[in-house]
Design a protein around this ligand. Structure first.
Ligand SMILES: Nc1ncnc2c1ncn2[C@@H]1O[C@H](COP(=O)(O)OP(=O)(O)O)[C@@H](O)[C@H]1O
Ligand SMILES: [Mg+2]
Length: 285
């Protein structure tokens, strides 16, 4: 295909040799299948952040360490340099997270390079070498759904042990490879320690997974893995291999149980609505 302008510089610098085809273009990024030597990879081109609400960025970036005081001041002042800095941080956050999570043994695409705002990474494929489907697009047996749920809950635990929460974990950001699920799409990754919204985001991420996989294995809907792992994490005792039961006893003296269940049901509804919105958006693409 004709090389998109955003990828021209990477070809000139020999990072990639050819753009094979577009894979997916959404509001935030366009992903292409590319060739680098004999390898087929994918290139994620980040779009401008103009449309993102400032609020969302502030929530996400709270707790994310800025690299130096000049950057911190520039971001705070909202100057053009600050804006550029903030966009770069957004893009870098995904690359940083991929390297960190790979090192911790979490199954995410291997990052190869990050140049000119383009992330070149491993293309996750299915058993026939086609781009892997998303979790939202596959049919599962109850056994597979339970297996994927167990794997993904463990991945969330491993991320939390790295101090990271995905922040947008849904059936659209999990690919189904031949060896099981692979989590993608990390620009909004949040710090588990420094962010007020961390617990809420963790519970939302786990609820999204549970709601999706609970369609195939309804007994999963009665599990409380997010609450359980957060309590152990907060107590400073969460390890990558800490066994979890999915059971969680809310403190009935301080917590209104019905209220909590309603809030979680609300979160599940929100996940469903967001999913439907994305499906509608995907249909437009
Ligand atoms: N490493 C990858 N391997 C295979 N497909 C990918 C990969 N990264 C992204 N994709 C495809 O591109 C889509 C968009 O990528 P994603 O990182 O989720 O960005 P966004 O959702 O912000 O547009 C994904 O849903 C997936 O279908
Ligand atoms: Mg995505």
């Amino acid at each position: 295909m004709k090389t998109p302008p955003s990828l021209q510089a990477l070809i000139e610098e020999g990072v990639i040799d050819e753009v094979l085809r577009p894979l997916k273009s959404g509001k935030e990024a366009a992903v292409y299948v590319v060739r680098a030597g004999n390898e087929v990879r994918c290139a994620k081109v980040f779009k401008d952040m103009g449309h993102r609400s400032f609020q969302k960025r502030v929530q996400y970036q709270e707790g994310r360490k800025s690299r130096g005081s000049r950057e911190t001041r520039a971001v705070a002042s909202g100057s053009r340099y600050g804006r550029k800095q903030q966009e770069d941080e957004w893009k870098n956050a995904e690359v940083d997270a991929l390297f960190q999570l790979r090192a911790a043994g979490v199954r995410v695409p291997e990052p190869y390079s990050f140049l000119h705002g383009v992330l070149v990474m491993e293309l996750i494929t299915d058993a026939n070498d086609f781009a892997a489907p998303r979790l939202a697009e596959v049919e599962l047996t109850p056994e597979k759904a339970r297996e994927f749920h167990a794997i993904l809950v463990r991945e969330v635990v491993r991320m939390l042990c790295c101090g990271l929460i995905h922040g947008d974990l849904s059936a659209y950001n999990v690919l189904v490879g031949p060896e099981g699920p692979v989590v993608i799409d990390f620009p909004q990754v949040v710090s588990a320690a420094g962010n007020n919204a961390a617990r809420t985001m963790l519970l939302r991420d786990v609820n999204n997974l549970t709601a999706t996989l609970g369609r195939w294995a309804p007994e999963l809907l009665d599990t409380w893995y997010g609450e359980e792992m957060w309590a152990i994490f907060e107590a400073g005792q969460l390890q990558p291999d800490t066994p979890l039961t999915g059971e969680f006893t809310f403190d009935e003296h301080t917590v209104d149980l019905d209220g909590v269940r309603d809030a979680i049901e609300d979160a599940r509804q929100v996940a469903l609505i967001r999913q439907q919105g994305r499906e509608a958006q995907d249909d437009e693409d």
